[in-house]
Design a protein around this ligand. Structure first.
Ligand code: RFL
Ligand code: PHB
Length: 389
């Protein structure tokens, strides 16, 4: 088989890129290791920045998001009983959209057929070849038969554990990493949210986040040591912990219900440079990971895809080789700013095991500064709503 761009991974990055290229008349094929149902079963991000919303609009796939998504004008930082509201609409003139990654992926998946986007699920043993040449290829096994796709470019959209990043020689790359000493235990339940806006809480018992997917479906998190096992967390234990950490008012509004899903995700900051090597472009979690504080992971995948799509349009429609050469620097400039924001919000809102009274005093001082400074609130708001692409 021959195509112009072979895309590895049918998560949000791969599907968004596939649809955008297809809409520009650039032929591509998406290869996914899992089944479609498996991909939709992963419960992940919930807050969309402008860039993600605008890419769905550009594709004309924003119908369900407009109908079912919840535009939010603000969010809250809690410290014990103190609540600081960040009015993102007032401070930036913009909003964020609460609409789950699962729903975005479903919308992109369902439109693939009618738009002629080829997505091959159940592609095993995906391997990249000749990425330093102008004629790279991807091999995979499907139904026991090995197949090859010849392409002009490969887009590695295969998440943190996929093969794309590993195909780049270590001598050509640099990695930056910070692993955090805790994970987020998440619970999804069909109960109304305890507050109409998100609450990120720093409590002496630890971090908590009250989020949602709709007016009838809630998503909550508490941070736990990495040694914890999900089997030891009954639904009641999670609800008790949330009620203890979120502050009295939110706690009194919590409606408990059986978990539809619960899991523990470790927190990590990670950047791989460069994001292009030869004919391979990396997008999304394949190139970087942020801790979820700040809701940047999915949105960074979307901004990478925006830059990658521009670069490939430059190459195929304008014969512009420099567009592809410039992809990595452009994408990384935005990646690092989101890394900084996610890391600083993580530091501000979590109790680290090695922290002492000094570190806690710094958190209190910073939260006090934020509560009383429009400049500090504006800085948080413009990062939360998403820096310009
Ligand atoms: P994805 O979504 O991981 O998709 C990559 C796809 O590549 C496939 N793949 C392969 N395909 C073919 N061959 C192979 N060998 C392959 N290996 C892997 C995978 O099956 C998958 O379908 O990456 P993408 O598209 O870059 O999207 C990034 C986002 O998914 C990610 O940044 C966010 O979900 C991160 N994240 C969160 N971000 C937020 O903004 N807010 C959140 O609340 C939030 N919660 C989370 C998260 C990530 C989590 N992970 C990774 C465990 C919660 C969790 C649990
Ligand atoms: C979520 O709803 O899953 C969510 C929201 C905000 C975050 C992280 C996760 O910062």
């Amino acid at each position: 088989m021959k195509t112009r761009v072979a895309i590895i991974g049918a998560g949000p990055a791969g599907l968004l890129l596939g649809h955008l290229l297809k809409a520009e008349g650039i032929d591509c094929i998406v290869l996914e290791r899992q089944t479609g149902d498996y991909v939709l079963g992963r419960i992940r991000a919930g807050v969309l920045e402008q860039i993600t919303v605008s890419l769905m609009r550009r594709l004309g796939l924003d119908g369900r998001m407009n109908a079912e998504g919840l535009p939010h004008d603000g969010f809250n930082l809690a410290d014990g009983e103190r609540l600081i509201r960040i009015d993102i609409a007032e401070l930036t003139g913009k909003q964020v959209m609460v609409y789950g990654q699962t729903e975005i992926t479903r919308d992109l998946m369902q439109a693939a057929g009618s738009r002629g986007l080829a997505v091959i699920y159940g592609a095993e043993d995906v391997a990249l070849h000749d990425i330093e040449s102008d004629a790279p290829s991807v091999t995979y096994t499907k139904d026991g038969t090995q197949r090859r796709i010849e392409a002009r470019f490969i887009a590695g959209c295969d998440g943190f554990h996929g093969p794309s990043r590993k195909a780049i020689p270590a001598s050509a790359a640099r990695e930056f990493e910070r692993v955090y000493p805790f994970g987020w235990l998440g619970i999804l339940a069909d109960v109304p949210p305890c507050n109409h806006e998100l609450i990120y809480a720093n409590h002496e018992r630890g971090f908590a986040l009250a989020s949602m997917r709709s007016d009838t479906r809630s998503r909550y998190y508490v941070d736990v040591p990495l040694t914890e096992h999900i089997e030891d967390w009954s639904d009641d234990r999670i609800w008790d912990e949330l009620a203890a950490r979120l502050g009295l008012e939110a706690a009194s509004n919590i409606v408990r219900g059986p978990a539809l899903e619960k899991s523990i995700a470790p927190l990590r900051s990670y950047v791989f440079e460069p994001m292009r090597h030869g004919s391979l472009l990396l997008c999304g979690d394949a190139a970087h990971i942020v801790p979820p504080t700040g809701a940047k992971g999915l949105n960074l995948a979307a901004s990478d895809v925006h830059y990658a799509c521009d670069a490939l349009i430059g190459y195929f429609h304008r014969n512009d080789n420099d567009a592809v050469a410039g992809y990595s620097a452009k994408a990384l400039a935005r990646v690092w700013k989101s890394e900084r924001f996610s890391w600083s919000l993580t530091k501000l809102m979590h109790r680290f095991p090695d922290d002492g009274p000094f570190e806690r005093a710094m958190q209190v001082a910073e939260l006090d500064y934020i509560a009383n400074s429009v400049a500090a609130q504006t800085s948080i708001a413009e990062n939360y709503v998403g820096l310009p692409v």
